[in-house]
Design a protein around this ligand. Structure first.
Ligand code: COA
Length: 257
């Protein structure tokens, strides 16, 4: 598929999706959000793809937020709709994708940009990255899941401080807070994500999909995560991957999923 605001590169079983509006620091306008939805749906349906890396083009920004110019004149209903639709088609969509998504944070990840990174399954950042949720400085609050996912990752107190001050934190602070898993120099960012993607791709993709469902269940209102784990665990026993994985172990060879 051809996209205007993003690039999709596929190399063996890893897809890299690059948000490509560098003149606007990769800000998420409506069209980019729709294109990202389509690209994630495309890679999820591509049976060769086992891991996705999401990053921003050039070296200044991952994503500097939702495109402020698009919503500056919105009313109450349009504001609610913006948040609801964005959460549905992109942020929740990524979080619940059946294949792992790694955010490679290569610069500013602000507002919707940090929310996008937080919707990914885990995050790696380069040392020039700066992260924050500056929405209250614009008279609004995070609307793409930021008030929910930031406390999950860094704890309530740190999240409150970040949201209330609207400030940016360094990549080092983000690592110390558990917001990112790894911190590397800019030149090592994509190579490290690719190394992690390769390691993931050796494992069972059906088991990984089940693990994503079970882990996410812990954060869903009214859902018993332990029950979901029992169901997903049981389902694994009916898969070819389980047969191959256990047989390979007993035959003292590497599993070929
Ligand atoms: N929405 C729309 N446009 C944005 C944007 C956003 N979230 N973030 C950056 N841009 C645009 C700027 O308007 C500018 O466009 P222009 O050249 O046509 O004027 C371009 O990207 C470059 O940004 P600029 O502000 O000139 O870069 P800078 O290096 O001086 O500052 C930031 C970088 C990230 C500190 C600054 O761009 C910023 O504060 N952005 C908004 C962050 C934000 O509040 N995000 C949350 C949105 S809900």
């Amino acid at each position: 598929m051809n996209y205007k605001n993003i690039l999709v590169e596929k190399n063996k079983n890893v897809a890299t999706i690059i948000i490509n509006r560098p003149k606007k620091l990769n800000a998420l306008n409506k069209e980019t959000i729709t294109e990202l939805h389509n690209a994630f749906a495309e890679v999820e349906n591509d049976e060769n793809i086992r891991v996705v890396i999401l990053t921003g083009s050039e070296d200044k920004a991952f994503v500097a937020g939702a495109d402020i110019s698009e919503f500056a004149d919105f009313d109450v209903n349009q504001g609610a709709e913006l948040s609801k639709k964005g959460q549905e088609i992109l942020f929740d969509f990524i979080e619940n994708l059946s294949i792992p998504v790694i955010a490679a944070i290569n610069g500013f990840a602000l507002g919707g940009g940090l929310e996008l990174a937080m919707a990914c399954h885990f995050r790696v950042a380069s040392d020039n990255a700066k992260m924050g949720l500056p929405e209250v400085s614009l008279g609004v609050i995070p609307g793409y899941g930021g008030t929910q996912r930031l406390p999950q990752l860094v704890g309530k107190g740190k999240a409150m401080e970040m949201i209330m001050t609207a400030g940016m934190i360094s990549a080092r602070d983000a690592q110390n807070s558990g917001l990112i898993n790894h911190l590397v120099t800019q030149d090592k960012l994509i190579p490290l994500c690719e190394k992690l993607a390769k390691k993931i791709s050796y494992n069972s993709s059906t088991a990984i999909a089940a693990a994503i469902t079970a882990v996410n269940a812990n954060f869903k209102e009214g859902v018993d995560g332990y029950q979901v784990e029992i169901e997903q665990f049981g389902n694994c026993f009916g898969t070819e991957d389980f047969e191959e994985g256990t047989t390979a172990f007993l035959e003292k060879r590497k599993a070929n999923f």
